[in-house]
Design a protein around this ligand. Structure first.
Ligand SMILES: Nc1ncnc2c1ncn2[C@@H]1O[C@H](COP(=O)(O)OP(=O)(O)O)[C@@H](O)[C@H]1O
Ligand SMILES: Cc1ncc(COP(=O)(O)OP(=O)(O)O)c(N)n1
Length: 267
């Protein structure tokens, strides 16, 4: 009993299944990990965009954590959409109360199509209270700019932002590369490990409209691998290759901006 690897996503539901909790649970499944979930918010949307959001009350979030803590042996967890300071504080309080293993923090601020999923007033709470709990922090370049309070225009800036975020208390920081220019040939993510070791994970730039949920899939795959007992470096490498395959092998669902293809990683 209870030996099967179990992980937890603390995130919002994205109704079109491309990102958020759905992407996390798809990824856990594909990676052979049992997925549990603490739902923070519900987002109504489809491949054309997001059209409404509803946030869940703290008492319900507290109950979700309590129920999972009492019954499951969760070995790793990740955060996604946390919406505002009240929800972030509730997540931190519960995370510190129970033992859910290492925490992957995906500091979701905005989707790649410009919809905000976090109130601006919550940036300080993420920086001061959530980042210090992160085993692995996975900002995209925009989130890294906001949280490190600097512009990222070069590889040196990517490293500098990672150092600033590590100084806030995260163990390992992945500052994901820019990918917004159809003229670019490569995308490079920078990993700054707790030891100080730096590693560039680079691959081809894919000019596709089917990459919703790329960031969630990366952080969820790292979480799944940590839940299986993999070390950070191995978990990050697996996560990176998982997302590369999911972007490269397009999946035709939805009519506009589709999801990355989690099925590409099924054996
Ligand atoms: N067009 C692309 N071509 C190649 N890799 C990409 C592309 N878009 C995203 N990635 C990769 O997907 C992963 C998630 O990054 P990103 O999309 O920036 O996260 P987020 O969804 O949080 O914005 C990273 O490893 C990044 O390098
Ligand atoms: C409910 C919900 N949570 C998170 C996201 C954003 O997902 P992410 O993978 O970080 O970014 P995109 O690649 O989808 O922009 C979301 N859309 N919905």
């Amino acid at each position: 009993m209870n030996e099967f690897p179990q992980a937890m996503t603390i995130a919002g539901s994205d109704s079109d299944g491309s990102a958020g909790m759905q992407a996390d649970l798809h990824t856990f499944f594909v990676q052979g990990v049992y997925g549990t979930s603490v739902l923070t918010a519900c987002v109504a949307g489809n491949s054309y965009g997001i059209h409404d959001q509803v946030l869940l009350p703290k008492r319900f979030i507290d109950q979700e954590f309590k129920d999972l803590a009492e019954d499951f042996q969760i070995r790793a967890a990740k955060t996604g959409m946390l919406a505002n300071s009240e929800i972030i504080e509730a997540v931190i309080e519960n995370y510190q109360k129970y033992d859910f293993g290492p925490l992957v923090v995906d500091p979701v601020i905005i989707t790649k199509h410009g919809d905000f999923l976090l109130d601006q007033e919550a940036f300080a709470t993420i920086k001061e209270k959530l980042i210090p709990l992160a085993t692995v922090l996975t900002p995209n370049f925009f989130e890294a700019e906001k949280l490190a309070d600097m512009k990222i225009e070069s590889s040196a800036d990517q490293i500098q932002a990672a150092k600033i975020l590590q100084d806030m208390g995260a163990d390992t920081v992945i500052v994901k590369g820019k990918h917004h220019d159809d003229q670019q040939s490569e995308v490079s993510d920078l990993v700054l490990y707790a030891s100080g070791k730096q590693e560039w994970l680079s691959g081809p730039y894919y000019a596709t409209d089917r990459k919703n949920g790329s960031g969630d899939s990366l952080s969820a795959c790292i979480t799944a691998e940590l839940a299986k007992g993999k070390d950070q470096e191995a978990a990050i490498h697996t996560g990176y290759h998982y997302v590369q395959a999911a972007i490269k092998n397009e999946l035709a669902v939805g009519h506009k901006f589709g999801p990355v293809n989690q099925f590409a990683n099924l054996n």
